[in-house]
Write a protein that binds this ligand. Structure first.
Ligand code: SF4
Ligand code: SF4
Ligand code: SF4
Length: 282
C-alpha cells in the first residue's frame, strides 16, 4: 500500500509540474503576444485626440473605455485581443468612420488618467495623425480632373489642405489643382480619407510618427535663422553686382528686368542676344 501511495504522490507531483510548466508557457506566450501588440501601432489605427506619445499612452491608459462611452458619434473602439494593437486601448479607423472634431472634446474630458491630455482644449490643435496624399497615380486631381472632395470636406480647409496650382503638361492648356497637406494645421481627423471617392483612398491618415520625417538636429535653415535674427546673418549683406547693359537689372526670382527703361528707349540688342536683353521679362 505504501508503494502505491508513493507512486500516486509522484504521479501527482509530475502532473502538477507539467501543469505549472504549461501555465508558465501559456502565460509567457500571452505576455510575449501582449508585448508585441503593445509595441505596435498599425498604420490604420488612429488614437483619439490628445493621446500621449504611444509608449506613454500605453502606460497611462487603464483600458476603462470611458472615452469610447462618451464619444457621441461612436467613432472610438477598444482593441480586442485579435486586433494588432494593445488590447483594450481606444482607436479609430479613418476610412471606416473619422473623428467629428467635437468642439468640447468629450472623449478627452472623460479620460480619468490623462492618457488623453486634458491640456488639449482646442480640437483644431489635435494631432491624432497626419494625412498624406500617397498615390498621385490615381488621385483624380493629379490626373488633371477636378474632384477636390478631400479638400472640400476638410474642417481646416485652406489651412490643413490647399489646392496648389500647376500647369498640366499633358494637355498643355489646363491647370491642375494638387491637394497638398500642411502638417502644422492637419489634425488627423481622417475626413479626407473617408471621403476620397476612389475605391481605395489616394489620401490616407497615418499615425504622425509614420507620416512625418524629421530633420537632423544639426540642420540650420538659413531663411529661418535670418527671420529669427531679424536680419542677414552675414554682415554686411552686399548686393551682387552684375555686368548688365545700361537700364537693366537682375531681380531675385523673376530674373532679368528691363522695366526701368521705357520700351522705345530699350537699347538695340545685338543679333543672337537672349530675349531678355530685348527688354522682355524672363
Ligand atoms: S473629438 Fe468627438 S468625435 Fe472625435 S473622438 Fe472625441 S468625442 Fe469622438
Ligand atoms: S478614457 Fe483614457 S484611460 Fe480610459 S480607455 Fe480612454 S484613453 Fe484609456
Ligand atoms: S485629416 Fe484630412 S480632413 Fe482632417 S484636418 Fe487633416 S487634411 Fe483636413
Amino acid at each position: 500500500m505504501a508503494v502505491t501511495s508513493n507512486n500516486q504522490s509522484r504521479r501527482q507531483f509530475l502532473l502538477d509540474m507539467a501543469k505549472t510548466a504549461c501555465g508558465v508557457g501559456v502565460f509567457g506566450l500571452g505576455l510575449g503576444l501582449y508585448t508585441r501588440q503593445a509595441r505596435a501601432l498599425p498604420p490604420t489605427a488612429i488614437r483619439p485626440p490628445g493621446a500621449l506619445a504611444e509608449a506613454d499612452f500605453q502606460g497611462a491608459c487603464i483600458r476603462c473605455g470611458m472615452c469610447v462611452r462618451d464619444c457621441p458619434y461612436n467613432i472610438l473602439e477598444l482593441a480586442r485581443p485579435e486586433d494588432d494593437l494593445a488590447t483594450g486601448t481606444p482607436y479609430f479607423v479613418a476610412r471606416k468612420i473619422p473623428c467629428e472634431m467635437c468642439e468640447d472634446i468629450p472623449c478627452v474630458k472623460a479620460c480619468p488618467t490623462g492618457a488623453l491630455d486634458h491640456q488639449l482644449t482646442d480640437i483644431n490643435k489635435a494631432k491624432m495623425g497626419l494625412a498624406a496624399l500617397v498615390d498621385q497615380e490615381t488621385c483624380l486631381n493629379f490626373l488633371g480632373l477636378r474632384c477636390d472632395v478631400c479638400y472640400r470636406v476638410c474642417p481646416a480647409i485652406d489651412k490643413a489642405i490647399t489646392l496648389e496650382r500647376t500647369h498640366n503638361v499633358r494637355t498643355a492648356k489646363h491647370t491642375m489643382f494638387l491637394p497638398t497637406v500642411h502638417s502644422e494645421y492637419c489634425t488627423g481627423c481622417g475626413k479626407c480619407e473617408k471621403s476620397c471617392v476612389l475605391d481605395v483612398a489616394a489620401i490616407k491618415v497615418f499615425p504622425v510618427q509614420l507620416a512625418k520625417g524629421e530633420l537632423g538636429k544639426h540642420y540650420r535653415l538659413g531663411w529661418e535663422e535670418k527671420k529669427k535674427a531679424g536680419e542677414s546673418l552675414v554682415a554686411p549683406e552686399i548686393e551682387h553686382q552684375y555686368n548688365l547693359p545700361e537700364g537693366f537689372k537682375y531681380e531675385q526670382g523673376p530674373g532679368l528686368s528691363g522695366e526701368a527703361v521705357a520700351p522705345h528707349a530699350a537699347p538695340a540688342a545685338p543679333s543672337g542676344a537672349p530675349r531678355a536683353l530685348h527688354g522682355d521679362k524672363l
